[in-house]
Design a protein around this ligand. Sequence first.
Ligand SMILES: C[S@@+](CC[C@H](N)C(=O)[O-])C[C@H]1O[C@@H](n2cnc3c(N)ncnc32)[C@H](O)[C@@H]1O
Length: 292
Amino acid sequence: MSPIIVIARTIIRELFTKSKSERVPEPDLIMDGDDSVAMFNEVAKTALSPIYLYGASHSCGLIRPNDKVVDFGCGPANQLNMMAKIHPEAHFTGVDLSQEMLKVANENAKEKNLNNVSFQEGNICNLSFIEDHTVDFVISTFALHHLPDISDLDKASSEIKRILKQNGVLYLLDFSRFKSEKSIEDFTSLEKEKYSELFTTGYYNSLRAAFYFDDLKDIWQKHLTSHCEIHTTYPVSFFVMYKSRPRVECNEKQRAALRKIYMSMDKRYQKDFRKICLSIGVDSCKLKKLVK
Ligand SMILES: C[S@@+](CC[C@H](N)C(=O)[O-])C[C@H]1O[C@@H](n2cnc3c(N)ncnc32)[C@H](O)[C@@H]1O
C-alpha cells in the first residue's frame, strides 16, 4: 500500500480512536548487546542523521562558548558528537548505563578528533555525580522511551531540573505513543523495505514503549515549564520535543558547519531533514534557510 494511504489511514484512526493501548516497555532497556549496539550505531550514522542535524541546528540558538552540556542516554553519541563539532568551545558529557554504548561513543568521538567531550556511566534517573544547578544545557534523543515506567520518567525529568542552572536550556526529542496497536504496526511496515529486520524490530519496540503525549506533557508541566516549551507533530502526536527558546544567534561558522553536514548527506536523508523541519514545525523556516 502506498505510504500516503498508510499515513492518512493512521491519522484518521488516531483522531477517532477513543481507547488507548497499553504501553509495552522496551525489551532492551539498557542497550548493551553487541548486535543491537552495532545496529543502532549504523542507523544513527545514516537514517537518523537528519534528526541529529535537526537537533544540531537548534543547538546553535542555545549553546554559548564555555557552556556545560549533558546528554541523557547518549548511546553512541552521534547527536552529542555532531553538536560538539559545531561548538568547539563548549564542554559535552554523555551519560549512559551501557558500557558497550559508551565504548562506541568514545570511538566515534576519536574518529571526529573531538577533545571537548567525555563520557560517564550513569543512570539518568539518579545523576548524583552532577551537582545541583551546574549545567547550562541538557539534551536527550530517543532515550526517555527506554525508561521502565512513568515514575522513572518523573525521576529523570526531576534530575534535569535539579542539574540545570536557573537559566539553563533544554533540547529533548523522543517518540510519543499512538493510541492504536494497528497504527504502530502500519508505521513499522512503512520502514520494512528500507531497513534490516533488526532495525524494524527495534523501531516497532520503540513505538510500543513510547509514552503518551499527555504523560509527557504532565511531566513537563510538573518540572520543566520554566526551562522550555513542549511541541509535537500535527495533527497526530508522533514526535515530542521539549525545547527552550533560542537565546543566541547562529554564527556564520556554525551555519557553514551545518550546511557541510547537510551537503554530505544522501539525497533521501536531505529530504527527510526537510520533512522533519516541516512536521515538527518549530523555527522550520529558519532551519530550512540554514541549509539552502
Ligand atoms: C535508543 S538509544 C538513543 C541513544 C542516543 N541518544 C541517540 O539518539 O543516538 C537509548 C539509550 O538510552 C540508554 N539508557 C536507557 N536507560 C537508561 C538509563 N536509565 N540511564 C542511562 N542511559 C539509559 C540506552 O542504553 C541507550 O544507549
